[in-house]
Design a protein around this ligand. Structure first.
Ligand code: FAD
Length: 458
């Protein structure tokens, strides 16, 4: 058995299987070879039919909100995918165009198509359109969560405490490694669809018409190899102290996995299995973030059609913010001020610059950062828009269910009511005194000031 549980698998259309020449994997979300349930399931199906396997990735240069920084990270990942697949005798076809159209062209001679799963609007739309247009089965395999979303819960959950026990109940069944399988038939000689994009990162980036407003970051190298290295390093050097040190932005105590998780370059299941094997308080705290909090975010996005809009906030939160919408603001900054990190608050400015310069703001500062945008914007609606815009533009892990949920959390999602105060109403408040109590916030400001602009053009 390969270890792909039936609950991860869903057939998205009713087309009959074709007498095709190969099984096509449409790899869009899970851009990796290791711990990839969709790839493993496809190889299993191909071996049963005596067919080779080919992998397709469709690349649009118009992915909403994505800029050169994001594409550069993804490009490094595709090069690793190609190298990993080649060892298995599987070709990688990277094709330009909207993915749901690229898959149609590539699947003409396929017996069936196996794809991975994503929860955002565009990811669901692509798969729904392809399911209708394909004339062979489209099978979706959920590989980027530990517990399949609808197994854990059939509705939008109220908060972490309502989802936690549902996740934990299912862990024994789903915390199992997935075995990498090798196709019995080599597919490297299969005729590739045309025109293909080059996989070499520089050449790949050169042919796309990208939004150049944000340049790539040197610190974060994309791809499965870098992700595996980071995971190993975190297990050896970070996990044991994670519970104690994760809220100190000066401690370099986080896993750094979020960009890799976002691009599907590492599996959350693999990281969870490795952490669980190590055990201890650090592992418990890490699993709470990686599994419960992350899958709560996926749950929110999956069950909330307007997940990236102010209207998605809970009623109580919108009500209390509306009651305080006319409260005088001590400051009211414009988007340009926020973006340049040009406020009176050195901690906000440092957090903003950390994100702009390095592509990843520390998790603890993200909460403070979002709260300050709420406090010093003209209206809560505008604050919400600004926070999401900046998060998605600069964070390598942006445009992710965690980002939509993280921003909404600053405005009350998955939280409870607190003591009422100006502007925030009953939304949880954070201030700079709190930061200074928790860690050396001034050392953080000094460190970010010396952080070189790590961006460079590749
Ligand atoms: P670690 O602490 O090492 O955590 C490991 C993994 O657990 C993370 O990679 C992530 O998948 C998960 N995780 C950790 N904290 C959270 C959390 N609060 N909610 C859900 N999952 C969590 N995360 C993103 O991936 N993309 C975003 O765009 C994003 N935007 C955010 C915006 C705001 C305003 C807030 C408050 C949080 C946001 N987060 C986002 C959640 C969290 O801050 C990041 O996941 C975390 O800082 C990533 O760094 P890491 O992988 O080193 O974290």
């Amino acid at each position: 058995m390969s270890g792909v549980q039936l609950e991860r698998i869903q057939v998205l259309n009713r087309e009959a299987e074709q007498p095709g020449r190969f099984v096509l994997v449409w790899m869009q979300q899970a851009q990796r070879v290791a711990f990839n349930h969709a790839l493993t399931h496809a190889v299993e199906l191909a071996n049963l039919r005596g067919l080779p396997v080919a992998v397709l990735v469709g690349i649009t240069d118009r992915y909403p909100g994505a800029n050169r920084r994001h594409y550069a990270f993804m490009a490094e990942g595709l090069a690793d995918v190609q190298a990993g697949l080649e060892k298995l005798g599987i070709p990688l076809w990277v094709v330009a165009g909207s993915p749901e159209r690229a898959v149609l062209a590539a699947a003409r001679e396929a017996a069936l198509v196996v794809t991975d799963c994503g929860y955002t609007r565009i990811q669901k739309t692509w798969r729904a359109k392809a399911a209708v247009a394909l004339n062979c089965p489209l099978i979706q395999v959920e590989s980027d969560v530990v517990v399949p979303l609808e197994v854990a819960s059939e509705k939008r959950e109220y908060a972490a405490y309502t989802l936690r026990r549902k996740i934990h109940r299912n862990l024994p069944r789903f915390m199992r490694p997935v075995k990498p399988l090798r196709p019995k038939k080599d597919g490297l000689g299969l005729a590739a669809p045309r025109p293909m994009l080059p996989v070499e990162p520089e050449a790949f980036l050169a042919v796309l018409a990208l939004d150049d407003s944000v340049s790539p970051v040197a610190k974060w190298r994309g791809g499965e190899r870098a992700a595996q290295k980071r995971l190993r390093q975190f297990m050896d050097e970070g996990l044991a102290d994670y519970a104690e040190r994760r809220n100190d932005p000066n401690a370099d105590a986080l896993s750094g996995l979020s960009p890799y998780l976002h691009f599907g370059q590492i599996s959350a299941l693999q990281a969870a299995l490795w952490a669980a094997e190590r055990g201890g308080d650090g592992a418990q705290a890490f699993l709470e973030e990686l599994v419960v909090r992350r899958e709560l975010a996926m749950n929110f996005v999956h069950f909330t059609p307007d997940y990236d809009r102010y209207s998605a906030l809970p009623d109580w939160a919108r009500l209390t913010l509306a009651q305080h919408a006319r409260d005088p603001r001590t400051h009211a900054y414009s988007l340009a001020d926020w973006e340049a990190g040009r406020t009176h608050d050195p901690y906000f400015n440092a957090a903003q610059l950390e994100m702009v310069r390095s592509g990843k703001m520390h998790g603890y500062m993200r909460m403070y950062w979002g709260k300050k945008i709420l406090e010093w914007s003209r209206s809560p609606e505008r604050a919400f828009e600004i926070a999401l815009y900046l998060n998605d533009k600069y964070e390598l892990d942006g445009r992710d269910p965690n980002g939509y949920t993280g921003v909404a959390w600053c405005f009350g999602l998955h939280d409870r009511a607190w003591a009422e105060r100006p502007v925030f109403g009953k939304i949880r408040y954070m201030n700079d005194k709190g930061l200074r109590r928790k860690f050396d916030a001034d050392a953080y400001v000094r460190r970010i000031a010396t952080l070189e602009n790590e961006t460079h053009m590749r």
